[in-house]
Write a new protein. Structure first.
Length: 235
């Protein structure tokens, strides 16, 4: 399965079922906590591109600026379709990491979302742009007031979750789930099977069946599901 097919499959599954598969695989701490969902109407699936920030410091800022373009601009300019920008700002909410102008370039290049352990600027405009956003807060000030982007595509921490470059991120109205790249296809397939079964069980309950024996399912309802599955296979 290529990356495009995998992303398409992940868009069909629920974040909760994906978390359940990750938990069974020994990854229970993959849901980013404490982030606001700006566009709950948009789904997000993509690969992580990461930036790590530190508190502003004059001598370090001079060194960073001497390297060339700031990393927020670089991430936008180098974005590929499916990139999700993940920023470890240390939870700093006293400055916005970027605003609508840089975001416009990121979107044009195919950016699929932003996950910011910190703040963004221009939220009134960003909230109308076609970009899933997950953040701690909004702030009118630019990043130079408090934070300095120092590292590009390194392991970062966002919402108490470790994110590695290339990890697959899922986002919906609940929040963001981080899936190790090597497990993404397995998570997608197993979560799809879970959703299929739970859709069946929900349908049974909606027809008036008692919840006892249906959820959690006993042997009798599982036998009914197996018969249903033969007629309605997971696709």
């Amino acid at each position: 399965m290529d990356e495009t097919q995998m992303f398409d499959l992940l868009r069909r599954i629920s974040l909760d079922s994906a978390w359940g598969v990750l938990n069974q695989l020994g990854y229970p701490n993959q849901f980013c906590e404490g982030l606001q969902v700006v566009r709950p109407d948009l789904l997000m699936v993509g690969r992580a591109v990461t930036i790590r920030c530190l508190p502003i410091r004059r001598d370090l800022a001079e060194q960073v600026r001497a390297r060339g373009p700031m990393l927020n601009a670089r991430a936008a300019e180098e974005a590929r379709p499916g990139d999700v920008l993940v920023v470890d700002a240390g939870g700093e909410t006293g400055a916005g990491f970027l605003g609508d102008v840089i975001a416009a370039r990121f979107i044009y290049n195919g950016g699929a979302g932003m996950v910011i352990d910190g703040a963004l600027r221009d939220l009134q405009i960003l909230g109308k742009m076609p970009l899933p956003l997950y953040l701690k807060a909004a702030h009118a000030a630019g990043s130079g007031r408090r934070i300095l982007p120092v590292d590009y595509n390194v392991p970062v921490r966002v919402g108490n979750v470790t994110v590695l470059p290339g990890d697959v991120l899922m986002g919906d109205a609940e929040g963001v789930l981080v899936i190790p790249r090597a497990l993404a296809e397995q998570v997608a397939r197993e979560a799809l099977a879970t959703d299929h079964q739970e859709n069946f069980l929900r349908g049974v309950l909606e027809q008036g069946r008692s919840i006892y024996g249906v959820y959690p399912p006993d042997e009798a309802i599982l036998a009914e599901y197996e018969a249903y599955l033969r007629e309605h296979p997971v696709e």
